[in-house]
Design a protein around this ligand. Sequence first.
Ligand SMILES: Cc1ncc(COP(=O)(O)O)c(C=O)c1O
Length: 447
Amino acid sequence: MSNTIHYPEGNVLLRNLNKNYPVVTHGKGVHLFDQDGKKYFDGSGGALVATLGHGSEELAQGVFEQLKKVAYTNGMQFTSPVMEECAKNLAQKAAPLGLNKVTLLASGSEAVEAAIKFARQLWMDRGRPTKHKLITRTPGYHGNTLYALSASGRPHYKKVYGPLLSPVITISAPYGYRCPVDYEKEGAEYYARELEEAIAREGADTISAFIFETVSGSSTGAWAPPKGYYSRVQEICKKNEILMIADEVMCGSGRTGKFFAAEHYGLKPDMVVLGKGLNAGLMPVSALIVKEQDVNTMKNASSGFMHAQTYMLSPSMAATALTVLKYLDQYQVLEKSHEVSKHWLSELQSHVAPLEHVGSVQGIGHMAGVEFVQDKNTKSPFPIAKKFAQKFVQHAQDLGLILWPNYGQADGVNGDLVILGPSLLMTHAEADECVDLLTRAIQSFKI
Ligand SMILES: Cc1ncc(COP(=O)(O)O)c(C=O)c1O
């Protein structure tokens, strides 16, 4: 086998047909290794997935034990001890949010779609059939299946598939670097007013739900909301009878230092969606968690949530999530992660923020974003044709640092950023290694 794979070699439909792909053979902790023995620091846990690092025997064993007993049963026919325990653990964690009924799916996009359908069905079951529209934010991302993509505030993702997508109502996502008012002092009111205006324009009676990333992920580069934002949003949604769907596929499962990012803000959404860190990369699993009283409404009106997919509630998925949840509990991972994340974020701020072309550095917990600009004074982005983010991420990978890029956030077309999301088990010394690699990658990059 050659050292890297480049299309048309092999039979894999490669994600990028113009790129050389190193062949990764194994991982250990925060590091990945390719077949040449090259070591990479996984600074983004892939797509912010590997919250517990790589190559853990203990995690693999947790899943394996269940696979030996029973890997698959259909959720329409059975539940299982492992599924019951997984749901109980998640419900206990979701108690501060007031949510306690759990279903499992395979990907973030699927769980988002299920949440949007749940909201719509709930309005039908409540006898309010006019409520069907969805409010979403831009920049934002909720997935790549057709309705999740419709809900995503990423114009460049929608270009090709536009005719297949559904209309949604779009408002601005909190995005500190490009906020037209003082973000911390006036941001909450500024963004909340957009929500109020959208509701007034469309009519509350037509709107089913508002979906948002509690802390924005790759779309803005890990911007947490301004102070007071969610208390205003919660008030507006309650007054207008609009369901709140917290998409915590990226920011949930401990990524921000609390199991749910909503806990930072006292937010009580009607539904929460998890993915990525819920499975830590062991096997695909996502979750939708809802309120018992809403399930009761469905039970009385239509006998249950009308949604079915083959792998929903399968023991193998439950075992994957439960293994991760138990590991978080047993080793007090979140409690112990705070000191390292504080150090890591402050080191990023001191070493990376002052560098040329770095417009902003921000983050929360083990999640951080770095936005790049052509001119730090005017905040003007590089023209998209320069492919800054993609080229920079390739450069960093060549130096042994894995990052996750995004682009288009500045004005829907231009804008470059990278997002970091290392393992929650990263040590102090590894946090320094991450910052050092990123600093050197930026300093040595020539566009
Ligand atoms: C906030 C958010 N929601 C949904 C998704 C979609 O998840 P998946 O790629 O597992 O379908 C993602 C993926 O990046 C995400 O970041």
